[in-house]
Design a protein around this ligand. Structure first.
Ligand code: SF4
Length: 399
């Protein structure tokens, strides 16, 4: 099966208050050292895979540059990354090649560079079409910037565009959220991602909200119920516009599901390069090493430690872990989990082990069952982590 490649570029023009990614603002001097290290890793990909204990496909059908804001790199640096990938892998002619862009970073020179690199999909970190909301969390663009970027991408021939939105930003109101959804739909972008604001220790806004403070407009943040309502409304408005949900947070017009992201949820192989980049390689010979089904490994989330070449700890995925993944990753998808398929892959006994978790989740209206297919209910989507936890703690039979 063809491989997906993820490349992390952890640099941004400013740090958004809600951001809990391993990205930050660095001087341009750091960019060059970073690109050098990433390219060296790409050149050594086969050795990295071998050391992790697995074989790596050379055929690649998706490349995704994210982070971070890849478009803050120099055009020559981006070109070097893509040239290195193409020299080490067989990038298929119809590969999906995505770059995440912060609106306003698509200069004419950058757009030309993306086209030269073969980029055919752009993901715009819009988050809100209401200027006050975007400004409050440190975004540097306005609504008009986004509309101009979309128009320029289309004029350049890149029509496969994703728009990211966040429900629950400071100052967001029901009307403001309806406006953002309507604007996203009106752009005609074939893919929209809707995330609920994450409140955790890893972002400045998250820490302020947890402390009950007022910095970063924290006291203007909608409460959990309002954010949940915004998320539900998003599903309704996007579905009504023909942009169907295919994953908890992802919606697409027919034929525009993200091939790259689907690899994560379908447990298909991918290699990640750069800071905080995850890889999963499926074991070609099941049971070759102590019941090993796949191997996962990830780089560190510290830029300095990554550049200095810290070794990659690996996790061997045994059948029990693979079975849990089949449930909690598969349930993310609208198509759900087919119990017959799970039984065919892991054995009848394995499905029976999850009988209680399934029954309780159906009873609590977190799951819905349609023949052999299990899906998250609308309520289950809002409480998905709780559902997944039940499948992680179920006593599994596959060993
Ligand atoms: S642009 Fe994206 S990655 Fe960068 S700080 Fe903002 S949210 Fe984080």
């Amino acid at each position: 099966m063809a491989l997906g490649i993820y490349i992390s570029v952890p640099f941004c023009r400013t740090k958004c208050s809600y951001c809990n990614f391993a990205s930050d603002v660095f001087s341009r001097a750091v960019f060059e050292r970073y690109v050098e290290r990433v390219c060296a890793d790409i050149e050594n990909a086969e050795r990295i895979a071998r050391e992790a204990g697995e074989h790596m496909e050379r055929a690649v059908d998706s490349i995704y540059l994210g982070g971070g804001t890849p478009t803050v790199l120099e055009a020559t640096q981006l070109e070097r990354i893509f040239a290195t990938v193409r020299s080490e892998f067989d990038v298929l002619r119809d590969a999906e090649i995505t770059v995440e862009c912060a609106p306003g970073t698509l200069t004419p020179a950058m757009l030309d560079c993306l086209l030269r690199c073969g980029v055919n999909r752009v993901s715009l970190g819009v988050q809100s079409f209401v200027d006050q909301e975007a400004a409050a969390v440190g975004r540097l663009h306005k609504r008009t910037t986004v509309l101009e970027d979309v128009a320029r991408l289309r004029a350049a021939g890149i029509t496969n565009i994703n728009i990211d939105l966040i429900a629950g930003l400071p100052h967001q109101t029901a009307d403001g959220w309806e406006f953002s959804l309507a604007e996203a739909i009106a752009t005609g972008a074939p893919h929209v991602s809707v995330y609920m604001l994450e409140v955790d220790e890893d972002s400045r806004l998250g820490r302020e909200l947890m402390a009950g403070g007022t910095r970063y407009h924290a006291h203007f943040t909608p409460d959990d119920d309002a954010t949940a309502d915004f998320y539900l409304v998003a599903g309704e408005r996007l579905e009504a516009a023909g942009i169907a949900r295919y994953e908890i947070s992802n919606f697409a017009r027919p034929g525009f599901d993200s091939r790259h992201n689907l690899k994560y949820w379908k447990r298909q192989p991918y290699m990640g390069f750069g800071v905080d980049a995850h890889s999963m390689l499926a074991c070609s010979d099941r049971g070759a090493e102590d019941g090993m089904v796949a191997v996962r490994f990830a780089t560190v989330d510290s830029l300095e430690r990554y550049i200095s070449g810290e070794p990659l700890p690996r996790t061997v995925v045994n059948p029990k872990m693979a079975l849990e993944e089949a449930f909690f990753l598969g349930l993310r998808l609208t198509r759900g989990v087919n119990l017959q398929e799970i039984a065919a892959e892991f054995g009848e006994e394995a499905v029976k082990t999850f009988r209680d978790a399934i029954a309780e989740s159906l009873n609590d209206e977190l799951l819905q069952r349609d023949g052999d297919v299990l899906r998250l209910s609308p309520r289950g989507r809002l409480l998905s982590n709780e559902v997944f936890q039940r499948f992680l703690s179920a006593p599994a039979a596959a060993q």
